[in-house]
Design a binder for this molecule. Structure first.
Ligand code: MUC
Ligand code: MG
Length: 369
C-alpha cells in the first residue's frame, strides 16, 4: 500500500552559467519525490524544468504544489505494486502536469522494481545496452571558453558529442560562433546546435544552410514548437538532420509529427512525455515512422537522469545518443554514489530499481526552506 508521498525542492548551483535562448541558469531546482510503501519499500522520482516558467508550463513550485495537493491524495492508500492502475487514475483525474506525472510514475516504478529486485529497465521491456553515448552542452556564451571546454571533455574521454545553444544573437553571429567551434574540434567531435525555437522560418533557412555547409550534424528545434508545418518544410529542404524537442509533448505529438514528416530525430524526454511509459510510446512511434532517437534531458539530477537512462537502455536503435549529462552540470550531488561516466558513455545503473541511492543529509542541506 502507498503510505505517503513527500516532495522536496532542492536548489543546486550550476558549475558555470548555462546560457540558452530561453534563460540563463545559475541554479537548477530539482523536485524530488519520495514514495513510501507499507511493505517498507521506498521509491524516488524527480522532475526539473529550465528557468522557472521560461521553458514550459510547469515550474518547480507548481510541480511540488500539484503533487502535494492533488496527486498524492489520489494515490495514498492504493496498492503500491499496481503501478499501471495508479497511473491510470492519475492520468484520468489530473489534466496536464506532465512533469509532475513523470516524477510520480518514476517513484512508483522505482519502488516496484526494487520490490521485484530487478533494475527498472527490466520492467520497461528489458535493456539492450548497458551504456549510452552522452553529449555535453557548450553554453558558456563565449566561443573561446566553449572550445576550451570541448577540448577538456575530449581529453577526459567524457564527451565527443557537443550541442551548442544558440538563438540569442543575430543568426550569422551565432553561425560564426558555431563554425569556429566546429573548425577547432574538427572530425574529433559531432557538433550540433539547439536553437530552442528562437528562429523564424526565414532565419532558419539562412542559418541552417550555413551550418549544414560547415559540417554541423544536427539542428534541434529551430522554430516555434507550434509551427509543425515550418519544421516539416525545413526537414524536407535540408539534408542535415532536424530534431523535434519542444514540439514533442508525448505520444500524440510524436504521431502528428510523424504524419507531417516534420523531423528526422525525436528528443525523447521522460518529463515532456509525461512519464517513462509514454516516453516509450514516443520511441515506438519514432521507430515505426523511421524517425531517429535521442535521449533528451531537462537537466535533471541523478534520479531523473538514471530514470531516462533506464528508458534509453531499452531502445534497439539509438542513432543520436543522449544528452544525459545533467548531474555533471551541477556543483553538488544528491546521490550517495554518483552516476558513472566513462569512455564517452553513461553506464546504465545495474542495481534494483533506478539503481541509485539518495543521500538524505545532502538533500536536506540543499533543500529549500
Ligand atoms: C533542451 O532544450 O534541449 C537540454 C540540454 C540543455 O542544455 O538544455 C536542455 C533543454
Ligand atoms: Mg532542446
Amino acid at each position: 500500500m502507498i503510505q505517503n508521498i513527500e516532495t522536496y525542492l532542492v536548489d543546486v548551483p550550476t558549475i558555470r552559467p548555462h546560457r540558452m535562448s530561453v534563460a540563463t541558469m545559475n541554479t537548477q531546482t530539482l523536485v524530488l519525490v519520495r514514495l513510501r510503501c507499507a511493505d517498507g519499500i521506498t521509491g524516488w522520482g524527480e522532475a526539473t524544468t529550465i528557468g522557472g516558467l521560461s521553458y514550459g508550463g510547469e515550474s518547480p513550485e507548481s510541480i511540488k504544489t500539484n503533487i502535494d495537493t492533488y496527486i498524492a491524495p489520489l494515490l495514498v492508500g492504493m496498492e503500491a505494486s499496481a503501478v499501471a492502475k495508479a497511473m491510470a487514475k492519475v492520468r484520468k483525474v489530473i489534466q496536464g502536469n506532465r512533469f509532475a506525472k513523470c516524477a510520480i510514475e518514476t517513484a512508483l516504478l522505482d519502488a516496484q522494481a526494487r520490490r521485484l529486485n530487478v533494475p527498472l529497465s527490466e520492467l520497461l521491456g528489458g535493456r539492450v545496452r548497458d551504456a549510452l553515448p552522452v553529449a555535453w552542452v557548450l553554453a558558456s556564451g563565449d566561443t573561446a571558453r566553449d572550445i576550451a571546454e570541448g577540448e577538456k571533455m575530449l581529453e577526459l574521454r567524457r564527451h565527443r558529442i557537443f550541442k551548442l545553444k544558440i538563438g540569442l544573437r543575430d543568426v550569422m553571429d551565432d553561425v560564426a560562433h558555431v563554425l569556429e567551434i566546429k573548425r577547432a574540434l574538427g572530425e574529433r567531435a559531432s557538433v550540433r546546435v539547439d536553437v530552442n525555437q528562437a528562429w523564424s522560418e526565414t532565419d532558419a533557412v539562412r542559418g541552417i544552410a550555413a551550418l549544414d555547409a560547415g559540417g554541423i550534424d544536427l539542428i534541434e528545434q529551430p522554430v516555434k514548437a507550434g509551427n509543425r508545418a515550418a519544421l516539416a518544410r525545413l526537414k524536407q529542404r535540408f539534408d542535415v538532420a532536424i530534431m523535434a524537442d519542444e514540439a514533442l509533448h508525448g505520444p500524440a505529438d510524436a504521431l502528428a509529427l510523424a504524419q507531417a514528416d516534420a523531423a528526422d530525430v525525436y528528443a525523447v524526454k521522460i518529463t515532456q512525455s509525461g512519464g517513462l511509459l509514454p516516453a516509450l510510446e514516443v520511441a515506438t512511434v519514432a521507430r515505426l515512422a523511421g524517425v531517429g532517437l535521442y535521449g533528451g534531458t531537462m537537466l535533471e539530477g541523478g534520479v531523473g537522469t538514471a530514470a531516462t537512462a533506464h528508458v534509453c537502455s531499452t531502445f534497439a536503435e539509438l542513432a543520436w545518443g543522449t544528452e544525459l549529462f545533467g548531474p555533471l552540470l551541477l556543483t553538488q550531488e544528491v546521490l550517495r554514489e554518483p552516476l558513472v561516466y566513462r569512455d564517452f558513455m553513461l553506464q546504465v545503473p545495474t542495481g534494483p530499481g533506478l539503481g541509485v541511492e539518495i543521500d538524505m543529509d545532502k538533500l536536506r542541506s540543499m533543500q529549500r526552506q
